[in-house]
Design a protein around this ligand. Sequence first.
Ligand code: AVJ
Length: 333
Amino acid sequence: MTPLVTTDAIVVESFVGPKDERSLADDVLDGLTRPFKELPPKHFYDARGGELFDRICELPEYYPTRAERAILEARAADVVAATGAAELVELGSGTAAKSRLLLHAMRAAGTLRRYVPVDVTEALVLATAAELVDELPGLRVHGIVGDFERHLGHVPEAEPGAPRIVAFLGGTIGNFPPGSRRRFLRGLARMLRPTIDHLLLGTDLVKDPALLEAAYDDAQGVTAEFNRNVLRVVNRELAADFDVESFEHVAFFDPEREWIEMRLRACRRMDVRVDALALEVAFAPREELRTEISAKFTPARLEDDLAAAGLRLTEVMTDRDGHFALSLSTPGR
Ligand code: AVJ
């Protein structure tokens, strides 16, 4: 693998092609031919989807981003003191808006050595790397352009004696159904050395269903547009002809499974053609396509899920409303 950039302070390696639509094709073929249609949420995030998600984070109803930021603002120094972290690996780093708080706390504590952002968007990894080495003299950045579900094997080895935090923020762990969630957490645990390294995990918490549902069905309809955007992605990337506006946004809390589900409901009977896959997909009137689950946690279930992956909770931090949790855990029992 030839790095995209190498300077004294920055190395960025890419593991995705310029058009990495293979996984989209597989997911569409697989998901749209099931008895209950489904598409995985990772395909929301093209350029427009990314912008819509940024707008969601600013919505009055969408509390998770603000709650998690408030926790980090209050507790970043404690996290660094508790872990002695010299290195931060971040999965889905984006613009590093929240991890910046940690990097600055690491610098203040005198422990900061390296940041390893992992994100599918090359431009974000490059821009963030350049900004951060400027902002934090002495910092080295080793960026990985890749999918955190497929490319974790390319994360560089931890440096001997340098405590590492692997951060997975925003509550994105909630997108995994329970079985894959456990498998994914086990994969993260394998990146951590017992006693020296920690997982820093953001999880949204179970709360009043009305608050949860408002967060995923906002008054301005931004989440509805974000949801429908996945159909625009399929239209563009796979030459499909979804009539995007004929799908209605649905979001509800499933109290049994303790997750939010987002779906797209066909307003009428439709036959959709996906040219790139030579596929015809029929939708019955009011038929629903599941586009996302977003699991909400109780502290007990968080502890169980981590334990099942071989991780022991060492700290749970919440915002003042108790809406969101950031936890530290380490391999062991
Ligand atoms: C980025 C997965 C954490 O589940 O809350 C926001 C995505 N979906 N509104 C979430 C999302 C609808 C978000 N995550």
